[in-house]
Design a protein around this ligand. Structure first.
Ligand SMILES: Cc1cc2nc3c(=O)[nH]c(=O)nc-3n(C[C@H](O)[C@H](O)[C@H](O)COP(=O)(O)OP(=O)(O)OC[C@H]3O[C@@H](n4cnc5c(N)ncnc54)[C@H](O)[C@@H]3O)c2cc1C
Length: 403
């Protein structure tokens, strides 16, 4: 196992840095810094996506034949790491990272021809219809029903916690097309236009006050049978494939390092007692050091996994390890940021978006303005993408071989 980058990879790293210096605007950086939600807003994400699309880098983990870069794991890692280091907005993964790979791996020729270029360009904006009120951790319990009627399916049911459904023009859904002997049987993977008659979207406002989540209702929604991905009843296989992309195999450590640097800056600015800053308080300094060590260990795990992956292979159960560790570090860091700011964290909860021109009262430290909302939002990190308890179950079974 070699964790060092080759000369070619280092040259590529330089090329990415130069591109970011030239193309990543301060406006996009600021919006990213002040985003309080899991994903940046649609307009910010699409502005960045269009810049990358023009360069040909937006499908950076897609094969070349579908308009991707064809990069191997090392280049993908370098690219993600450099983007995070430069403070670029995260690309919305719903199309690019989740449904895109499902379509190019399992979809029909027509689905590939139609959807893939539109995902890369951002013309189509997707949301994910997996969870239901009675099917979250136990995802195979999905009840949203699709009944075949001639050349169409008729869909009835509901999906919940649907991120960005209010922006999306398409939703990929796990639907029940049959009742099998096992709950995993009889699930299908269906692509549904959000403007179909019978689709309604109700907002869910988060603890942090943001509108990011929704509940989506399907009431006799007619969907062309051509929108079925792969085989009817095989949806569970495609769903699991997608979840491995959702959970990891990335470079969360780099983003966490940037966040750690930001929290250190807050600690150095925030007054404490006796003319000291919070940085000089032992508990805070120790907390920051502990988190830095955790991030370094995560980085090593990411590099090890990246080094072991051959191009095109998905990350498997290792993704569960990365997801668990990265999200727990993320939460610990956001808790420390609140400890550092204390009551100064409080007034900044309600106004959105923070990067807009809205007038605000002066802050003691503008650097801290997103801290409370980010802290509240990050409570969800150990829930979405499959809760960390479920990830630990997967690790126990698939990595440690425990039954
Ligand atoms: C911010 C956010 C965004 C999301 N976006 C989307 C989206 O876009 N699309 C989508 O489909 N879903 C989305 N989700 C839903 C998410 O996938 C589910 O919330 C998650 O899978 C947990 O399901 P649940 O909420 O039904 O909790 P439950 O499954 O009811 O779990 C409740 C608690 O019980 C624990 N638990 C359950 N089963 C076990 C077990 N076997 N062993 C140990 N503990 C267990 C869980 O860990 C959890 O603590 C999102 C969620 C959040 C918070």
């Amino acid at each position: 196992m070699d964790l060092r980058f080759s000369a070619e990879e280092r040259a590529f790293q330089k090329e990415v840095r130069a591109f970011l210096d030239e193309n990543l605007t301060e406006e996009l950086r600021e919006a990213t810094r002040k985003t309080t939600t899991v994903f940046v807003d649609k307009d910010i994400a699409l502005a960045w996506q269009r810049i990358l699309h023009e360069k040909g880098w937006v499908g950076y983990f897609w094969p070349e034949e579908y308009g991707g870069t064809g990069w191997g794991p090392a280049k993908r890692f370098i690219f993600e790491a450099e983007c995070a280091r430069a403070g670029a907005p995260g690309l919305i993964p719903l199309g690019l990272k989740y449904v895109g790979p499902v379509i190019f791996t399992f979809g029909s020729a027509e689905q590939k021809r139609h959807f893939l270029p539109r995902i890369l360009s951002g013309e189509d904006y997707w949301c994910q219809g997996y969870s239901e009120p009675g099917a979250g951790s136990d995802l195979a319990a999905v009840q949203c029903k699709a009944v075949r009627d001639g050349d169409e399916y008729v869909v009835n049911g509901t999906k919940i916690w649907t991120t960005h459904a209010h922006f999306a023009n398409w939703i990929f859904c796990l639907v029940r097309t049959a009742q099998g002997a096992r709950p995993q049987e009889g699930i299908s993977f269906l692509l549904i236009p959000m403007d179909s008659p019978g689709v309604t979207v109700e907002p869910i406002i988060t603890l942090a006050g943001d509108h990011e989540l929704n509940q989506v209702f399907f009431d006799d929604v007619r969907v062309p049978a051509a929108n079925l991905v792969g085989e009817e009843g095989k949806g569970w296989q495609y769903a699991k494939f997608l979840l491995e992309f959702e959970r990891g195999g990335g470079s969360a450590s780099v983003k966490l390092k940037e966040e750690l640097a930001h929290v250190r800056k807050l600690a150095a600015l925030q007054p404490s007692d006796g003319g000291r800053t919070m940085m000089e308080r032992e508990r805070i300094a120790d907390g920051l050091a502990d988190i830095e060590i955790e991030i370094m260990a995560l980085e090593m795990a990411e590099l090890r996994i990246m080094s072991a992956l051959s191009a095109g292979k998905n990350p498997g159960a290792q993704a569960s390890m990365l997801k668990t560790v990265a999200t727990e570090i993320e939460q610990a860091l956001s808790e420390l940021a609140i400890d550092i700011l204390g009551p100064d964290a409080l007034p900044f909860v309600t106004e959105r978006p923070l990067y807009g021109p809205s007038s605000r009262r002066p802050l003691r430290h503008p650097e801290g303005e997103a801290v409370m909302a980010q802290y509240l939002n990050k409570r969800a990190a150990t829930i979405y993408g499959g809760t960390n308890e479920i990830q630990r179950d997967i690790i126990a079974k698939m990595v440690l071989g425990l039954r």
